[in-house]
Ligand binder design. Structure first.
Ligand code: NAD
Ligand code: UD1
Length: 339
């Protein structure tokens, strides 16, 4: 099976490519390098012994996509490419809708032209907004998004559903990720955000390695056991395996397939800090700060549907996540940049 991975040099894409190659799937990568480093290709090759075919280019260029599809017969597309920083999306909505929504439409047009009708889309728990109840199931309400990034993910979900309504031969899989963290166990690949990290785990790792002074804990007065926000953190390798399960179980079946990819367990900010300190062997400095606007108190997934229909379940725990994140960060203090 030949699978095209858009955004395959990014954080989740690169780990998924490794798992795909190791599962014997021929992997072809497209990336415009806007948020990734070509060094990732070398790392994928070091881990797997195989260098996947890589096309540098932008999914918003139909001519570029046509050229890729004319060179290789693709069976399915996993679509990671997009912009993902919530705060930046508020400041740059046009760029976010252009990249995430328009980019997906151009991709779908090129796929349709080449007769390819199977896509797995990287969606997010953000489409559920502030959930009324936890755990969140796939049938929980969506669309009450609070920023252009979240809205762009929800809009793409709607575009894909409308496409399916117009042509039932499509196989559309929406994977709603909870909070991906962790890194490959080799220490060769991990998350390498540009600039100041927005998310908890990369911020903690940069404090632990001495790149930043201390973590700001955004609020300790939430209605949660220790007052800090609770999230469903999932190891990126489990997430990667979830894509292989989706490729195997549903990508060849027509229709709409929607799955949460999480662990079903909530972890607070202070619990994550304490687990991380265990892994790195020293305390991680922090201070309690006001809540971050737009944050919710708690959020975790119901995993029942993915377990039943994808035959997939996360197997790595929080200690695995902090250990692997720390290995990656301590062995690559500057990420993929060579100093
Ligand atoms: P990432 O930024 O590390 O990876 C995205 C990749 O896509 C990058 O390599 C970037 O260079 C590439 N890209 C962006 N725009 C492109 C374009 N127009 N053409 C070609 N390539 C382009 O992000 P990630 O964390 O790996 O996330 C992957 C996907 O998963 C994204 O769609 C994101 O919205 C979604 N997601 C991520 C998270 C998370 O916490 N990381 C959570 C839920 C959903
Ligand atoms: C964020 C995004 C969400 C996106 C998800 C995955 C916001 C409001 N939401 O979710 O749309 O899908 O990332 O990428 O940005 N925290 C701190 N200090 C920090 C960073 C985070 O205390 O420096 C806390 C947060 O308040 C939260 C938890 O850590 O309670 C997790 O935060 P984060 O990693 O940013 O993920 P989400 O807020 O769940």
């Amino acid at each position: 099976m030949n699978v095209l991975v858009t955004g395959g040099l990014g954080y989740i894409g690169s780990h998924t490519c490794v798992q795909m190659i190791e599962a014997g799937i021929t992997t072809v990568i497209i990336d415009n390098l806007s948020n990734s480093n070509p060094e990732v290709l070398n790392r994928i090759e070091s881990i797997t012994g195989i260098r996947p075919r890589f096309f540098e280019g932008d999914i918003r260029s139909e001519r570029f996509l046509d050229s890729v599809f004319s060179q290789i017969r693709i069976h399915s597309v996993i679509h990671f490419a997009g912009l993902k920083a919530v705060g930046e999306s508020v400041a740059k909505p046009i760029e976010y809708y252009d990249n995430n929504v328009n980019g997906t439409l151009v991709l779908l047009r090129a796929m349709r032209k080449s007769g390819l009708k199977s896509i797995i889309f990287s969606s997010s728990a953000t489409v559920y907004g502030d959930p009324e109840t936890v755990p969140i199931t796939e049938s929980s309400p969506t669309g009450n998004t609070t920023n252009p990034y979240g809205t762009s993910k929800w809009m793409v979900e709607r575009c894909l559903q409308d496409l399916l309504a117009s042509d039932p031969a499509w196989s559309i899989t929406l994977l709603r990720y909870f909070n991906p963290v962790g890194a490959h166990t080799s220490g060769l690949m991990g998350e390498d955000p540009k600039g100041i990290p927005n998310n908890l785990m990369p911020f903690i790792t940069q404090v632990a390695v001495g790149r930043r002074e201390k973590l700001s804990v955004f609020g300790d007065d939430y209605p949660t056991p220790d007052g800090t926000g609770v999230r469903d953190y999932i190891h990126v390798m489990d997430l990667a395996d979830g894509h292989i399960a989706a490729l195997r179980e549903v990508s060849k079946r027509e229709g709409l397939h929607v799955f949460n990819l999480g662990t079903g367990k909530g972890t607070s900010v202070l619990e994550m800090l304490s687990a991380f300190s265990e892994s790195c062997g020293h305390p991680v400095p922090y201070q309690i700060c006001p809540r971050r606007p737009g944050d919710i108190a708690e959020c975790w997934a119901s995993t029942a549907k993915a377990e039943k229909e994808l035959n997939w379940k996360a197997t790595r725990n929080v200690a695995d996540m902090t250990r692997d994140s720390w290995r990656w960060q301590s062995e690559n203090p500057d990420g993929y940049e060579k100093k």
